[in-house]
Design a protein around this ligand. Structure first.
Ligand code: NAP
Length: 460
């Protein structure tokens, strides 16, 4: 008779083969989509124990279905620049999975946007949205448009053209976009105006991240950054630590970064460095966030300008070198793959205690391995930065009820959601045999809810 151990080993082996087979087919069917492959691999590697325990997932072809977007829309975005020249960009929307709610995920305007980037972001969004505990499916969109250096009128014309196509595919109960890199309240406002004109009706819940005067939620702007810090606070608390007295490095100086810095400072951390895509600023006594906010949010200037007002600070013209700055807590809040294996090792050698991913997939798979094998508390993006989409879902709820909550009410809900995400991920890591591995825990917890809903709804 086979021993129990042998049975378990053979189930794990079967699950491993299932994962490998589907992953090979993902690579074959989606050639050159390297970011998408990376995001799928990260999730799949975590799922072996759950697939081994419950054969219904393979029987129902869940992996094969979950890696295939329900719909991919790619479209032309023509617009006229300030010199009267016609420009053409490419727009995308990936409606990835609607098992637990309408597609939900941001719009990114950046020259690097392509099918692979939008698919990796949309795929991650499925599990992130599931982790929030709210009824939202996964989607993502964007355009290879570079907002840098464009006038306000150019941004408006581009955004209206983008929405004149995207608007045919979205709706408050269908697909609800929001902001991401290069898309903030200004762009959401122009998109909302265009959508309203196209539809001839006021459908507040079709977009989130709106201005407060026309249906936005208080604390949405702060939500991703604050949520990132709330999550890291939970990781630290479990080890008897806090932000108080710790040195923090936060990459980027956009929406997520600024509000991660704000909350880290409020909790007693000293933020010594932040960056933009050109370089980083460093002041061991702590950066002045008021100056950074004014330069970035009001004056739209480069981060290098900071040192003109604070001559004791240094500017280094290399954004990746920010990870060479010694710190106890690292919060990558800029972009994908910004921490590679070398910089992960540098952070470890410099004594980093905790890493919380405010950006999406900012650490390469090799970098994550370095953190996890060196005892660093590591919070993966789909759990850590879920606060933004969680408050977006709260914005949808307020729109449906036609009321607005106060900043403190929304912030309190956000804190509770981040605590729940941490606990759910941690519990799953214990249940599936790798205590404290939040990558595994977040992937499994996010996956199970979506997969179970897909099974309940049949093969559709
Ligand atoms: P954002 O406001 O446009 O800011 C992005 C920041 O990152 C800018 O300071 C940008 O600098 C910098 N950056 C871009 N590429 C960089 C690079 N290679 N090295 C260093 N800095 C770089 O965008 P965001 O909304 O903060 O988004 C940041 C990240 O968080 C993205 O991964 C996004 O997907 C993720 N995220 C955002 C939200 C949200 O609610 N906004 C929610 C969840 C996750 P430049 O100005 O020079 O380009």
């Amino acid at each position: 008779m086979e021993t129990l151990e042998k049975v378990l080993d053979s189930k794990t082996e079967e699950a491993r083969l299932y994962v490998d087979r589907v992953f090979s087919s993902v690579k074959e069917r989606n050639p050159n989509e390297y970011e998408f492959h990376q995001a799928v691999k990260e999730v799949f590697d975590s799922l072996v124990p759950v697939l081994a325990k419950d054969p219904s997932y393979s029987k129902n072809g869940i992996l094969e279905r979950i890696v295939e977007p329900e719909r991919v829309i790619s479209f032309q975005v023509p617009w006229v620049d300030d010199h009267g020249t016609v420009q053409v960009n490419r727009g995308f929307r990936v409606q990835f999975n609607s098992a637990i709610g309408p597609y939900k995920g941001g719009i990114r305007f950046h020259p690097s946007v392509n099918t692979s980037i939008v698919k990796f972001l949309g795929f991650e969004q499925i599990f992130k949205n599931s982790l929030t505990g709210q009824p939202i499916g996964g989607g993502k969109g964007g355009a290879d448009f570079d907002p840098k250096g464009k006038s306000d009128a150019e941004i408006m014309r581009f955004t209206q053209s983008f929405m004149s196509e995207l608007g045919k595919h979205i709706g408050a109960d269908t697909d609800v976009p929001a902001g991401d890199i290069g898309v903030s309240a200004r762009e959401i406002g122009y998109m909302f105006g265009q959508y309203k004109k196209m539809r001839g009706q006021y459908e507040a819940g079709v977009l989130t991240g709106k201005g407060f005067s026309y249906g936005g939620s208080l604390a949405r702007k702060e939500a991703t950054g604050y949520g990132t810090v709330y999550f890291v606070e939970e990781m630290l608390k479990d080890k008897g630590l806090t932000f108080q007295g710790n040195t923090v490095v936060v990459s980027g100086s956009g929406n997520v970064s600024i509000y991660a810095m704000e909350k880290a400072i409020q909790l007693g951390g000293t933020v010594v460095a932040c960056s933009d895509s050109n370089g980083y600023i460093y002041d061991e006594a702590g950066l002045n966030l008021d100056t950074i906010k004014r330069l970035k949010e009001v004056e739209n200037k480069r981060i290098s300008e900071y040192v003109k007002e604070h001559p004791q600070a240094k500017y280094i013209n290399d954004c990746t070198a920010i990870w060479e700055v010694p710190c106890n807590i690292a919060l990558p809040c800029a972009t994908q793959n910004e921490i590679d294996e070398y910089h992960a090792k540098t952070l470890v050698n410099n004594g980093v205690l905790a890493v919380g991913e405010g950006a999406n997939m900012p650490s390469t798979l090799e970098a994550v391995h370095v953190f996890q094998t060196n005892g660093v508390l590591f919070g993966p993006a789909k759990a850590v930065n879920a606060g933004g989409v969680a408050v977006s879902a709260l914005e949808m709820a307020q729109n449906s009820m036609r009321l607005s909550w106060t900043f403190d009410e929304v912030d309190a809900k956000l804190q509770q959601i981040m605590k729940n995400i941490y606990k759910t991920s941690l519990d799953a890591s214990y249940e599936y045999g790798d205590p404290g591995n939040l990558v595994l825990g977040a992937n499994i917890a996010g996956f199970k809810k979506v997969a179970d809903a897909m099974i309940s709804q049949g093969v559709i």
